[in-house]
Design a protein around this ligand. Structure first.
Ligand code: ZN
Length: 179
């Protein structure tokens, strides 16, 4: 169940959630959302969002114009990811073709059918454990271009903490990383 409202030109989604205990405001990829307990009213959630309008507008503006990396940043990201790929690729017995460093707004990484691995340049700011998980995840896609049980089995073989890492990675907001 959800509803959309406009707060000073920014669309804000009000979403009821089973596990919410209180109103919570978040921004991801230029989209704002208030999660709320099921019993709370949309009117109160809308009031809550409007009381934070200055923050919402600032965050939304920042996240939609997320800057591309500078050349040193791009080089640093490439170097780090290359090092990680050279570590995990032989260990997993998976071969990849090409490394691309991108400025995607909503993804950490992806893998094409031709074996090109793309990583968000911001991955270089990730804690080691999450970076390892990300690289293992994309390498596993070379073997399994899906999220099948076989795919996750392969991931788990090299990262037993993958479930936690996956959760943590999803929760990181790009705007926070740029800081
Ligand atoms: Zn995946």
């Amino acid at each position: 169940m959800s509803k959309r409202i406009d707060v000073d030109g920014v669309e804000v989604e009000l979403r009821k959630h089973h596990f919410s205990k209180q109103l919570r405001l978040s921004i991801r990829g230029g989209k704002a959302m208030v999660t709320m307990p099921r019993r709370a009213s949309y009117r109160v959630a809308a009031q809550f969002a409007r009381s934070k309008s200055a923050w919402i507008v600032r965050q939304a503006a920042q996240s939609t114009v997320l800057s591309p990396p500078t050349t040193p940043q791009r080089n640093q990201a490439r170097e780090l990811l290359l090092r990680k790929l050279e570590q995990w690729s032989p260990e997993m017995g998976v071969e990849w073709q090409r490394l691309r460093i991108g400025n995607q707004l909503s993804r950490w990484g992806s893998c094409s059918s031709s074996g090109t691995l793309s990583f968000n340049w911001r991955a270089m700011y990730l804690p080691e454990q999450l970076l390892d998980y990300l690289v293992i995840h994309e390498l596993a896609h070379v073997e399994h271009p899906n999220h099948s049980p076989q795919f996750w089995e392969l991931v788990e073989r090299y990262d037993v903490r993958f479930k936690q890492s996956r959760k943590n990675l999803k929760q990181i907001d790009f705007t926070e990383i740029e800081g």
